[in-house]
Design a protein around this ligand. Structure first.
Ligand code: RP5
Ligand code: MG
Ligand code: MG
Length: 257
């Protein structure tokens, strides 16, 4: 039986007389209509003001947008984002930024079909899929147009990608400030950094936007790059731990991590 413990007709934990709205077994499924459903509202006063608890919803900050909007799932909608970088080169020389005196990184960005913003080539994690596998799959779909791969030449591309992704570092996991978010449904991601130190492998990639991407290009890692959602914050994390150029602004010129 599904949700049987949390449907029990006993007082809610830490209360004496707060009882749940009772739902019969046959009305539990999301696919069954239940217009009479009126859940009891209850928040334990003890959680208010705790550092680990969310702020209370007051009339001033009351939800302005409930429902799921365009997202498929209630609560977190899980995505994965690949951040594939290499050093920016002028011929064989790695480029040093004249102001920050730091080496410059570039990463692969795609232009999203919807909205046309430049972004990380990420996407939703499929049911049962590992986040890293999703990041690699979306990378192939959006920067290499893998959905139309057929010949043996393209299986060579697959091989290069698996060599690239053999080294990966999770750099962020959590909330994404995505325009699709509502109070009841929002994007979360796991971002993986994949670095190609010599540029040898990435040089062999046959870049070709595909699926929900319409363009792909190497883009400088830089504070002033405008990206979809808060993707540039994720790029910033990579710049920090690679000690790469981020900004000419004096506030960013120290080596503080
Ligand atoms: C962002 O939306 C994630 O960081 C990820 O890049 C992307 C996933 O959504 P789709 O690309 O599938 O629209 O929030
Ligand atoms: Mg995709
Ligand atoms: Mg995508």
């Amino acid at each position: 039986k599904i949700h049987s413990v949390c449907r029990k007709p006993v007082p809610y934990p830490k209360t004496e007389n707060v009882f749940r709205f009772q739902i019969p077994d046959h009305k539990v499924s999301w696919t069954v209509d239940h217009p009479e459903y009126k859940p009891v509202e209850y928040t334990n006063p003890g959680i208010q003001g705790q550092v680990w608890a969310d702020h209370e919803i007051t009339p001033e900050n009351r939800p302005e947008f409930t429902g799921r909007g365009t997202l498929g799932r209630w609560g977190p909608n899980h995505a994965a984002d690949p951040i594939v970088t290499r050093w920016m080169r002028n011929g064989s020389e790695v480029m040093l930024h004249p102001v920050s005196s730091k080496y410059r990184l570039e990463f692969l960005a795609i232009q999203r079909r919807e909205g046309k913003a430049w972004a990380l080539p990420g996407g939703m994690v499929d049911k049962g899929e590992q986040a890293l596998d999703a990041a690699q799959r979306e990378f192939c779909e959006e920067t290499l147009n893998s959905k139309s791969w057929k010949s043996a030449a393209q299986s060579q591309q697959k091989h290069i990608v698996s060599q690239l992704f053999a080294w990966s570092q999770p750099v962020y996991h959590g909330y994404i400030d995505d325009a699709r978010n509502t109070d009841n449904a929002w994007m979360e991601t796991v971002a993986f950094h994949v670095h190609d130190p010599s540029g040898y492998l990435t040089n062999k990639l046959n870049l070709h936007a595909g699926d929900d991407a319409v363009n792909v290009k190497w883009t400088p890692v830089d504070k002033n790059t405008t990206l979809f959602a808060n993707h540039n914050d994720l790029i910033h994390k990579v710049a920090q731990y690679m000690n790469a150029h981020w900004s000419s602004d004096p506030r960013y010129l120290t080596n503080k991590l």
